[in-house]
Design a protein around this ligand. Sequence first.
Ligand code: G4P
Length: 534
Amino acid sequence: MSNYTSEIERRRTFAIISHPDAGKTTLTEKFLLYGGAIAQAGVVKGKKNSRAATSDWMEIEKQRGISVTSSVMQFQYDGFCINILDTPGHQDFSEDTYRTLMAADSAVMVIDAAKGVEAQTRKLFKVCAMRDIPIFTFINKMDRESRDPFELCQELEKELGIDTYAVNWPIGCGKEFQGVYDRQRRKIIHFTSNSNAKAATATEVELDDPALADLIGQARRDQLADEVELLDGASCEFDMERVRHGKLSPVFFGSALTNFGVEPFLEDFLRMTTAPLPRQANGVVVDSFDPDFSAFVFKIQANMNKAHRDRIAFMRIVSGRFDADKEVYHVQGGRKLRLSRPQQLMAAEREMIEEAYAGDIIGVFDPGIFSIGDTLCAPGKKFAFDPIPTFAPEHFKRVRSRDTMKRKQFLKGMEQIAQEGAIQIFKTPYSGMEEVIVGVVGTLQFDVLDYRLKNEYGVDLYAEGLPYQFLRWIEHDGEEPLRAEDLTLPNDAMLVEDYKGNQLLLFASQWSINWTAERNQQLTLLEFGGARLS
Ligand code: G4P
């Protein structure tokens, strides 16, 4: 195998999702520890009160203890080069999660063993399911009193509508959590110590080895034998094809805090996942092993680091090798360019890079030329990856700067934050330069907007709530833009325009959408912008 193909072959790129506090950060940190990317626990996330999480860039995240934006980390483990995409743990940022999932080839869903499926798990899972990517479940916190493992698997199936296959099975929980039974290798991994901060020490025993009863006690051994029999008889068959299509989730039990079960999970996960997957561009499949470089932008983040005051565009390399010395073609911009200051991120630490391969995520300095969904490819090629769909906002406000002298900063901030995809902004034919209509998917995004405008642009916002809850993109036959007077609209609907000149309608109710559709047959009202979600 050439160096180039083996570099791609060894890459794995996945996103990690969880309800806040289920243990996503702790698990990520353990992966990084195993991979030698960090030297000690507590680097990624400190104690709550000094939550200096390296993956939480923004002040507001620290204050609220929620992860607002996603971050990216790379580490090496057992010959693999792994890219982890962290996702916001709050449903109000599920659009950000969706974009991040576009860059991932699989997802790890962390569940708290005492709580099972929680509100945000449901919401985030729904976003994962839209992409049909493989979803691996890690049931965490087995070192605490937890719910019955059968019940947890059933809940996953019932609540999320996905089949499960327990790859391993826990032996006890809480202080009695002694190990896991590896169903495929038919062995018990008995955890003996967690004195080492990095890894749990474990011994392996066969299920029918008489020594097992000495190790975990006769009663537990018998219970395990019964449970294994029940599992083998009653649960789904393991089917890799169904895993690959996101229909069957392999389930693992463990404790990120004590390291128990983390390494077996990581090893099986790496065995079950594939090298970087292809992506679609105008109906053509772009394969990861295609020697020509291609990538798409899935995230833009301004002012990530106040000291730098910069804007970074994150891209997922879809095919080939990125070489910092070579020019690439920016399809939407229609020109060749050299990507400026290409870097990979270890949470907030940035490292300049010379090369990267399909599956990798790189950040580049963006002077304001990139938009989410843009394609970069080798000069001479001119395809565009399928667009990343935009979610329809459900909350709207009319906003302006309290200080009219700050109009310029206000508009700049609004436009930059909108380009990041963190909010959507609109104007009406009558709105002047001083006010903007903002739409968000979740109301916490308003708080982030307010905070960022104040901190990054020095602007105090005045906001007024609007009654709209639905937005529809419009398609119509004519060439000319529509005028409100050409349409028959109910009182609670409004015609607006986004900053790319697309026309849209805002509605206060589903009823008025139907009413409008019936009376304006020349219009097609679309629920998603950019592209429809399948
Ligand atoms: P999140 O990123 O999903 O929000 O969760 P995070 O890893 O921050 O973990 C949330 C809390 O749960 C943390 O405790 C963490 O130590 C704890 N935790 C994570 N994994 C395990 C586990 O396997 N077992 C047990 N018992 N606890 C676990 P905290 O008190 O909120 O913070 P800290 O002061 O311990 O850092």
